[in-house]
Design a protein around this ligand. Structure first.
Ligand code: ADP
Ligand code: MG
Length: 358
C-alpha cells in the first residue's frame, strides 16, 4: 500500500503520543481540575486503586482522598501546602476500592500556566513489606539465641537416655534390640543437630587475626574435595596466584562459612557436576569469593528465607548454616549476594573488606 500516505495533523499526533506516555507511565497518574474534579487517569492508577477509571472520572477527588488511612489533620496540612506552593507530597497507607491495604507515595503538582493538577502515585507496598520481612529475620535471630540455651538443657537428659538404652540392650530380647537400635539412631541424629546448633549459636569472642583468605579457601577446598569427589563433583578453583588477600578476622568462623557453602553446593548436586570457586579483587579494598554450583537452584519464593534460622529444604538439614554465615560475614563488615536459577545452579558471592595496608 505504498504511496497511500495518510497525513495526520501534527497537533493530533502529539496528543496521541502524549496520551500513550500518560497511559503507560510506570507510576499512577491522575489529572484534576481546579475544582477538584478528576479529568483523567492512567492504567497504572487503575491498578493501584483497584477501580475502573470510568467510575472516578467526573467525580470529586475526595472520593480518592477518602481511601487514605491518614489523619484528617495531615490531609488538611497536605492540601494547605499544595495551595501555597503549588506542589506537595505525602506517604500514606491507603485502603483501595477493593479493600486491600497499600503503602503509597503521592506527589501532586499544579501544571504551569494551567489550572490542572497532576497527581502521581507510586506503589511502595513491596518495599515496605521487604523491610518488615527483614525486621522479622532479625527477631528470628533472637529466637535462635533462646533456642540455643534450650538446646544446652536438652543435652543432659539425652546423655542419660543414651546410657539407659545401653543398659536395656544387655537385658532385652531380639525384638527389643531392634527397637533400641532405632532409638539409638534417632538419639544420634538429635545429638548431631544439637552439636551443629550449639556450634553456630555459640557466642563468639572474636579472635581476630591477620591471614590470607586465598590460603584459607585452598585449605577448605582441600578438605572438602574428597567428599565432593565421592558425589562425582569436582572443585575448580580460579585465582590470580600473585594476588594477596590479606584479611583481618576470626579465621575459624570464616572457615565455617566456606565449609558450609561448599557443603550446600555439594548437597544441591545429587547428579554431580562442578563447583567453581573464584577469588577476585573488587577494587583495592574488597575481595569477592564466589562459590558457584551447577545444582538444582533455589526457588524464587525461597530465596529470601534461606538466611532465616531453621529454614531448610532438606530432610536432614538444620537450616542453621546460612543464618550463621550471614551473621559472621556481617560482623566482619561484609555482605553475601545470591543469584540462583532453577536446574542451572546457584552462586553465592561473599564480599569482604581486605585489611588496610599500614
Ligand atoms: P541446611 O543446609 O541445613 O538446609 P543452610 O542454612 O545451610 O541449612 O541452607 C538453608 C537452605 O538454603 C537449604 O536447605 C537449601 O534449601 C538452600 N540452599 C543453600 N545453599 C544452596 C545451594 N547452593 N543450592 C541450592 N539451595 C541452597
Ligand atoms: Mg547447610
Amino acid at each position: 500500500m505504498r504511496g497511500l500516505v495518510k497525513f495526520v495533523p501534527v497537533e493530533y499526533e502529539y496528543k496521541q503520543k502524549f496520551e500513550h506516555i500518560f497511559q503507560f507511565f510506570s507510576n499512577g497518574l491522575l489529572l484534576i481540575d481546579e475544582d477538584g474534579i478528576v479529568l483523567e487517569m492512567n492504567a497504572q492508577m487503575e491498578e493501584i486503586l483497584q477501580i475502573n477509571k470510568n467510575e472516578v472520572i467526573g467525580s470529586h477527588a475526595v472520593k480518592i482522598m477518602d481511601l487514605f488511612v491518614n489523619s484528617y489533620e495531615s490531609n488538611k496540612e497536605f492540601i494547605a501546602k499544595l495551595m501555597r506552593f503549588g506542589e506537595a507530597e505525602l506517604c500514606t497507607e491507603i485502603l483501595t476500592f477493593l479493600g486491600d491495604l497499600k503503602y503509597i507515595y503521592m506527589k501532586v503538582s499544579k501544571q504551569e500556566d494551567t489550572n490542572i493538577y497532576l497527581v502521581e502515585i507510586h506503589d511502595e507496598s513491596e518495599k515496605i513489606q521487604m523491610k518488615k520481612r527483614l525486621n522479622h529475620t532479625e527477631s528470628l535471630s533472637t529466637i535462635g539465641q533462646l533456642a540455643a540455651s534450650i538446646a544446652h538443657e536438652i543435652r543432659n537428659p539425652m546423655t542419660s537416655l543414651k546410657g539407659f538404652t545401653q543398659l536395656l540392650h544387655q537385658t532385652t530380647n531380639e525384638d527389643g534390640k531392634r527397637y533400641l537400635a532405632v532409638i539409638n539412631e534417632e538419639i544420634k541424629r538429635m545429638e548431631e543437630i544439637l552439636t551443629e546448633f550449639l556450634e553456630v549459636s555459640k557466642p563468639t569472642n572474636n579472635k581476630f587475626v591477620s591471614f590470607d583468605i586465598k590460603e584459607l579457601i585452598l585449605e577448605v577446598a582441600n578438605f572438602m574435595a574428597p567428599q565432593a569427589l565421592m558425589k562425582n563433583i569436582e572443585l575448580i578453583i580460579s585465582l590470580t596466584p600473585e594476588s594477596k588477600f590479606k584479611f583481618l578476622g576470626d579465621r575459624n568462623l570464616i572457615k565455617q562459612v566456606f565449609m558450609n557453602s561448599i557443603k550446600n553446593a555439594i548437597e544441591a548436586m545429587p547428579k554431580g557436576g562442578n563447583i567453581f570457586i573464584t577469588i577476585s579483587n573488587i577494587g583495592m579494598k574488597n575481595v569477592c569469593i564466589e562459590i558457584k554450583d551447577q545444582g538444582q537452584g533455589i526457588e524464587a519464593d525461597k530465596i529470601d528465607k534461606i538466611f532465616d534460622p531453621f529454614f531448610t529444604t532438606k530432610s536432614e538439614g538444620t537450616g542453621l548454616g546460612l543464618s550463621h554465615s550471614i551473621q559472621v560475614i556481617k560482623s566482619h563488615g561484609g555482605t553475601i549476594e545470591v543469584v540462583s536459577e532453577i536446574e542451572v545452579g546457584t552462586s553465592f558471592k561473599f564480599i569482604l573488606p581486605l585489611q588496610k595496608e599500614i
